[in-house]
Design a protein around this ligand. Structure first.
Ligand code: FES
Length: 153
C-alpha cells in the first residue's frame, strides 16, 4: 500500500483531530515500515499541523522510524533489568559496529537498529532480539559473534 492510499484510508477512520496524530503515525508506520516524508506532508495538510511539529512529536517517541527498515531487525532492550545488566554496552557496540544510531538502517540496507523498553523476558536480561529470535544473557562478546556469523553468511 502506498502512503497516499494509506492516508486516504486513514481519513475514513480518523477525524483528523490533533489527538489522532499518534495513532495515525502508528498506522502509517505499520503500513510503510517507517514515516516517509511524503506521508508526513500529507498528514500535515490533512490535520493542519506543521511538518516540523509532526517531526517534533514523532522524534519524541522512540517507536517511530524515519528511515526504511533494514533486511534484519536488531532490537536491544534497555528496560531496567537489561539496562543494569549491561544493555547500554551492547547498544554501544551495535552502534559502533553498524555505524548507525537507534532508528537508523545501515547504508547497505542490511540491518536496522532499535532500542526497546522491555522485550518481556526480564529474567533473561540482558536480551537482544535479532529478527524474530531472542538472545538471552547477552554479552558484548556474544553479540559480536552473532554479527560476525551473520555477516559471513
Ligand atoms: S527489561 Fe529487558 S526484557 Fe524486560
Amino acid at each position: 500500500m502506498t502512503s497516499r492510499d494509506g492516508i486516504s484510508a486513514l481519513r475514513q477512520e480518523f477525524k483528523g483531530e490533533r489527538e489522532d496524530l499518534i495513532p495515525v503515525l502508528q498506522r502509517v508506520q505499520e503500513q510503510d515500515g517507517y514515516l516517509r516524508p511524503d506521508a508526513i506532508r500529507s498528514i500535515s495538510r490533512w490535520m493542519k499541523i506543521s511538518e516540523n511539529e509532526i517531526f517534533g512529536v514523532a522524534t519524541f517517541y522512540a517507536q517511530f522510524r524515519f528511515h526504511p527498515p533494514g533486511e534484519h531487525h536488531i532490537k536491544i532492550c534497555l528496560g531496567t533489568a537489561c539496562h543494569v545488566r549491561g544493555g547500554e554496552q551492547i547498544l554501544s557496540l551495535a552502534e559502533t559496529r553498524l555505524n548507525i544510531k537507534p532508528g537508523e538502517t545501515t547504508a547497505d540496507g542490511k540491518y536496522d537498529l532499535d532500542r526497546v523498553a522491555c522485550l518481556g523476558c526480564c529474567a533473561l536480561a540482558p536480551v537482544v532480539a535479532f529478527d524474530e529470535k531472542f538472545y538471552s544473557q547477552m554479552s558484548v562478546l556474544k553479540f559480536q559473534k552473532i554479527l560476525d556469523e551473520d555477516s559471513s553468511d
